[in-house]
Design a protein around this ligand. Structure first.
Ligand code: FPP
Length: 249
């Protein structure tokens, strides 16, 4: 879990960790009279551009919501299209991401995905394990509540006593234990929701919502979100800069 700054610090200009809900692919496709999967395909291209743009700006961690625990409820052709897109995306982009120094982690429940998708994820993680420029975590068959429950289950399986279980220990058992908590959470597509993304980890993230549909997300939209972030004051439950003395006096 993230080592938090003392209360009252302004956000560092560049966040270490950005998390994104890539929403709006379906609407983007519909406006073009195309099937929703067409939007998802362009969503993968937008994702690869964004990884590059984040790395260029010195962001160390990017985490994206690619398939939620709830997305199984979508029409079966869209679900199978998304699963197939994983395989297409891996064969199209793994070499490029590898060259750019991107380490990839997949977070989520792998038990329910097919053997082909599971082995593609394994291939991606193994191939990029030594990269250090930026860490891309792809949340796939992921839900924030699932993550809390699986971490509790692991704690029980390890035989931890109630006294041994605290925020730090539970955080270590969660799917994002390899990364600090997100500094900046972005959602595209105009909805103002967290939608069961990193529930535990966004406790102190700065939230930025954009009306841009995900396939259109590019450097300008990223920079706008970063600018908004840089203007925020992060207090972590404390008081504004310069006031803590006054209050305790
Ligand atoms: C939300 O848009 C987007 C998704 C459910 C999938 C996001 C996935 C990608 C961008 C690419 C997948 C990545 C990999 C690695 C396969 P929506 O369909 O809810 O759009 P809408 O709100 O306009 O309907």
């Amino acid at each position: 879990m993230q080592k938090q700054q003392a209360p009252g610090h302004h956000a560092a200009r560049i966040p270490r960790h950005v998390a994104i809900v890539m929403d709006g692919n379906g609407r983007w496709a519909k406006r073009r009279f195309m099937p929703r999967i067409f939007g998802h395909k362009h969503g993968v291209d937008a994702l690869v551009r964004t990884v590059q743009a984040c790395a260029d700006r010195g962001i160390e961690y990017l985490t994206v919501f690619a398939f939620s625990s709830e997305n199984w409820r979508r029409p079966s052709d869209e679900v199978s299209g998304l699963m197939n897109l994983v395989l297409v995306a891996v064969s199209k982009y793994l070499g490029k991401l590898q060259k750019e120094g991107v380490r990839i982690h997949i977070v989520g429940d792998r038990a329910a995905v097919s053997e082909r998708v599971r082995s593609a994820w394994q291939q991606v993680e193994t191939a990029t394990a030594h990269n250090r420029r930026i860490t891309l975590s792809v949340a796939f068959n992921y839900g924030g509540r699932w993550d809390v429950v699986q971490a509790c289950r692991r704690a029980l399986a390890l035989g931890l006593s109630p006294e041994e279980l605290d925020e730090r220990r539970l955080g270590q058992l969660m799917a994002m234990s390899h990364a600090p908590d997100p500094d900046l959470f972005i959602r595209t597509g105009g909805e103002l929701r967290i939608s069961n993304f990193l529930l535990w980890q966004v406790a102190y993230s700065e939230l930025v919502f954009s009306n841009c549909l995900w396939p259109e997300f590019g450097e300008a939209e990223l920079d706008a979100a970063l600018q908004e972030y840089a203007g925020r004051e992060r207090r972590y439950g404390g008081v504004p800069d310069g006031q803590s003395q006054a209050l305790s006096a």
